[in-house]
Design a protein. Sequence first.
Length: 364
Amino acid sequence: MREKKELIQYTAVCALLLYLLCHYWDTAIQGLKTFLGVIHPLILGGAVAYILNLILSFYERTILNRWHTRSSVKRAASILLSFFTLFLILFLIIHMIVPELRSCMDILLSNIPVVCDMVMDFLNRNPDILALFPAVTNLQADIPAILQQFFSWIGSGAGASLFGYLSSFVSVLFNLFVSLVFAIYLLAGKEWLGTRADRLMGTYLPAAVRRQLLYILGTLNNSFHRFIVGQVTEAVILGGLCILGMLLFRFPYAVMIGILVGATALIPVLGAYIGAIVGILMIFTESPFQALLFLVFIVVLQQLENQLIYPKVVGTSIGLPGILVFTAVMTGGSLFGVAGILLGIPTAAACYQFLKDDLKRRKC
């Protein structure tokens, strides 16, 4: 009886809050934006801690489990190893790819006039094609200069300076520092935080609400955990296949482009195409014909990934049908951009699991 009364009171409070939210929607949205802007470093730190916790748990289950020392020492060592692993991966990717991208940009800049002359010569020898693009005729003399100025603007870093007008370098560093410190605190005291959170829920929430909330949080955690592991596994497989295929067909920059494709494949569904576009530009500096062949190769590889690898690795891991994976990516990306693409699949997987569990309970 007491639990039923508490549940009714809790429902009434939620209904009142929902009414106020609908009535003062604009004010609530503005306040939410301000609040999220203030706690943005903490949200980022929580995300970093969640990802690092996967690496930390692996070290504690395997290597550090054999250490006969205090738990605090094991935790400190596992945190250091986790950060070292993450930074090492990022350093290797940047160290291998960025210098090559810079050299390819220099080659592209030097070859722009030659390529433009070849294109314009082809159009002049084919007036029927040129007639389809009358605006090109007036820009023949300016195309090389315009393109060269554009790429020079990007290559010189002038494009990046636009970011400086939006957020200062000091602010970015400060937010990053706060995020890392917050992540370390979360990882160091995750058991203590879990115990305190459970005690708070047990004190202030009705038992039925507490059980439901723990069920929701547990399902979300499982969905995100499986998604991250599955996505990383799929990215490693795709990157490895890309390297092997490029070596087999003797494409240049095989290892670097394969690593880049694998790294960008961490973005669901469409991420590998980002790395492929950069790879096409890199190969184009060596041979335009090979760049065309690489485009065919990457399309075939991506079809293999979409039809076979992704459904088996990620789809099976999170238990979400392929059509719902695609819908989640498109919907999340349209609503929330890159964050929506990354979070759409595990969120949809959790909702799908909620629905399956509810249907199972109703049948019983």
